[in-house]
Design a binder for this molecule. Structure first.
Ligand SMILES: *Cc1c(COP(=O)(O)O)cnc(C)c1O
Length: 223
């Protein structure tokens, strides 16, 4: 494995190249460095290299890792990319700047009241279960229109876009295309799609946020 700095440079260069060859790239593509399972020793080198946007998939893990890092780097932006339980909404609002996994009315209610309470407006993505996989979170495509309307009423301009995780064993392009179409139909400007294995494809379909873990940090060890 190369140094973290070199890995970051490589991914940023690949993002730039993919945007150049895309027919209709988004106005910007933000790299979310997915640091789940990795400790400070892996994260600090990226901070020292100037990167500030990170993703975690669990509230508890984020709470253990990030307050100390944020004290040293106040301009860190943290994205929650994993499923959120309503009873963790308060903590999520405290810790994160953006949530990618809004997918049901009960969670929308909890986030709305915690955002109002903290007087903090997080940016929100609705997760769409484009592959209709029973084990996966996200609103079903057929129910997306209605839920987008509900969320827009609650959150207004804080509702920014849509997020998907295509089925692991399928060609991702049709899923990215579906998400893009849905977002366009509903006037949502942001698209969170693309991971280590497929972020260049996602950029072709207009990804504004790519979530890259293993290509940056190496393989995860779940112990
Ligand atoms: C872990 C994770 C990623 C990053 O996956 P890699 O394949 O390691 O890049 C992206 N999105 C979500 C939702 C994840 O949970």
């Amino acid at each position: 494995m190369s140094t973290p700095q070199a890995a970051l440079d490589t991914i940023l260069a690949r993002i730039t190249a993919a945007r150049k060859t895309a027919i209709a790239p988004a106005p910007f593509t933000t790299l979310i460095a997915v640091s789940k399972t990795h400790g400070e020793d892996h994260i600090r080198p990226l901070l020292e290299a100037g990167h500030r946007v990170f993703g975690e998939n669990r509230v508890q893990e984020a709470r253990a890792k990030w307050p100390a890092l944020k004290a040293d780097y106040p301009d860190i932006r943290l994205h929650l990319i994993g499923p959120l339980q309503s009873n963790k909404a308060r903590e999520a609002v405290e810790l994160f700047d953006t949530i990618h996994t809004l997918d049901r009315p009960k969670l929308a209610d909890a986030l709305k009241s915690e955002m109002d309470r903290a007087n903090k407006n997080l940016d929100l993505f609705i997760q769409v279960n484009t592959g209709e996989e029973s084990q996966k979170a996200g609103v079903a495509p057929a129910a997306a229109e209605r839920f987008i309307a509900t969320a827009r009423e609650a959150f207004g301009a804080s509702l920014k876009g849509l997020m998907c995780i295509p089925p692991a064993d399928e060609e991702p392009s049709p899923h990215f295309a579906m998400l893009k179409k849905l977002a366009r139909e509903h006037g949502l400007p942001w698209l969170s799609m693309g991971m280590s294995g497929d972020f260049e494809t996602a950029i072709k379909f207009g990804a504004t946020h790519v979530r890259v873990g293993s290509a940056l940090f190496g393989a995860r060890d779940y112990g």
